[in-house]
Design a binder for this molecule. Structure first.
Ligand code: ATP
Ligand code: MN
Length: 478
């Protein structure tokens, strides 16, 4: 057996009593030819491995370099130095993989996040990214636990689809047709009948429509998978490939939907606050350091831990779109002409407006409901006023929109009329409309952008830093 190692996170909970142990990991630093700081990715706390002077020859010592991979066997003893409870007195060290210090691109010092983005294949070996990705893992686990505890069924909706759920999403085409000489019809257009699926297909922008098929049989379902949008938005909050969680529930109205979304967000934050305390505190410290560089009025009022606790312990504000517009029109920012984009009933709120509401006005997450029908999707339930739909967006401080959802239009005639108005081809969505033909029920759902949630919880500011291998316009390295 090769792998009888103890993970460092576990080992650090032991009482040192001369136990014999084997650890494996990568060298972070090596001081005075004596003290190895070893990291195995299970925690940011390095394990101190002590080499006795004269124990290893010079040639061997020179190979203990940053990021070299080691197998260490030794005994667990109380630490002589301060800063750690225990350390390993090495009996045997094996170098599993050398790391040439002349060529290894990361130094044991602080690198900028931009620099590390260029080295995304190695950035997991830094404390910041190790914390971010352990938290991301925990959030994903908590998502499944939350829904599983509530009897939701995890439905795998397709990645390749022939439908455009949003009606307006910019999609990546999936094809096996030769792009230099595709088969054409007489009118010159491309003949997708000859394509792999016999029709034009795309990568999914959302699993919602298929999710509704599940909800109208199982009651409560959720999806959690990758979605793709070929929108050319080079922002700190948009990716071309991102992960979305989309619960869809039969027998739910808009209020039930909001209650679930709020409980869900609090649950997954609570989970990482409990299980990833060390990583959260590390990132809180990182953020505090970073904010020191900012002018006083740009700094957050709350630290990361306080912010997350605040979200856990307070109700989200709930307002209608109409109220939101009124607040904006009354705001000092509007009166002083600080908004770049127009504010009036009927416009799609821009990020500056959303951020004003959550960061300046309410200073907490806000759920905005009942948007004008003209700026929302065809499947959202028309309200009695005939002007608004039962939509809800959740806006979070520092992020803006984190959730988009709605009660769905369950009335076949209303839905068909809306589709006609908006130019959505009903014949292509015959299967979707069947749910309204056979046992239709009030139902609702939402989509939470997973990376935006990870941003919120980690306090990172660029979405490229919370997904392992970001896909953005002009960038798909690694
Ligand atoms: P935005 O206005 O921020 O572009 P949207 O209205 O296009 O968002 P939806 O179509 O409602 O978003 O998608 C549901 C959720 O998915 C959003 O609330 C957001 O959290 C997330 N999301 C949407 N687009 C992206 C993207 N390009 N990258 C990462 N997350 C996204
Ligand atoms: Mn968008």
């Amino acid at each position: 057996m090769f792998n009888n190692r103890v993970k460092i996170s576990h080992l650090l909970t032991w009482e040192p009593a001369q136990q014999e142990v084997t650890v494996m990991g990568w060298v972070r630093t090596f001081r005075n030819n004596q003290f190895i700081a070893l990291n195995d990715g299970s925690t940011n706390t390095n394990l101190q491995v002590v080499v006795e002077l004269g124990q290893l020859d010079d040639a061997f010592l020179k190979r203990i370099t940053t990021s070299a991979a080691l197998k260490v066997t030794g005994t667990v003893i109380p630490s002589q130095g301060k800063g750690q409870k225990l350390e390993i007195k090495a009996a045997a060290i094996e170098i599993l993989g050398d790391s040439d210090p002349e060529k290894y691109p990361l130094q044991p010092k602080k690198h900028s996040l931009e620099f590390l983005r260029e080295k995304a294949h190695l950035r997991f070996r830094t404390n910041t990214f190790a914390s971010v990705f352990r938290i991301r893992h925990s959030l994903a686990f908590a998502v499944h636990q939350f829904f599983n505890e509530r009897g939701f069924l995890y439905l795998h909706t397709p990645i390749i689809t022939a439908s455009d759920a949003e009606g307006a999403g910019e999609m990546f085409r999936v094809t096996t047709l030769p792009f230099d000489h595709p088969p054409r019809l007489e009118d010159g257009s491309i003949n997708f009948k000859e394509d792999f699926f016999g029709r034009s297909t795309n990568l999914t922008v959302s699993g919602q429509l298929e999710g509704e098929l599940g909800a109208t049989a199982f009651g409560d379902i959720y999806t959690f998978g990758p979605t793709f949008r070929a929108e050319n938005s080079n922002t700190t909050r948009h990716l071309a490939e991102f992960w979305m969680i989309e619960p869809e529930m039969a027998f739910y109205d808009l209020e039930d939907n909001m209650n679930l979304a709020e409980a869900f967000i609090k649950y997954i934050i609570g989970y990482v606050m409990k299980h990833n305390r060390e990583d959260i505190e590390f990132l809180a410290g990182r953020l505090a350091e970073e904010e020191k560089q900012l002018p006083a009025d740009k700094r957050s009022e709350l630290g990361l831990v306080e912010k997350l606790e605040f979200v856990l312990n307070n109700d989200f504000e709930r307002i209608t779109y109409t109220e939101a517009i009124d607040i904006l029109l009354q705001s000092p920012a509007y009166k002083k002409k600080k908004f770049q984009y127009e504010v009036k009933w009927g416009v799609d709120m821009q990020s500056e407006h959303e951020r004003y509401l959550v960061e300046k006005h309410f200073k907490k997450p806000v759920i905005v409901t009942n948007y004008p029908k003209d700026i929302k999707s065809f499947y959202m339930r028309l309200n009695e006023d005939n002007k608004t739909v039962a939509a809800m967006d959740i806006l979070a401080p520092g992020i803006g929109e984190i959730v988009g959802g709605s009660q769905r239009e369950e009335r076949l005639d209303v839905l068909e009329a809306r589709m006609k108005d908006m130019g959505i081809p009903a014949d292509e969505l015959w299967w979707y409309l069947d749910t309204r033909r056979f046992g239709t029920v009030p139902h609702a759902g939402f989509g939470l952008g997973f990376e935006r949630m990870v941003l919120f919880v980690t306090g990172m500011s660029n979405i490229r830093d919370v997904i392992a291998f970001p896909r953005t316009p002009k960038s798909a390295e690694f």
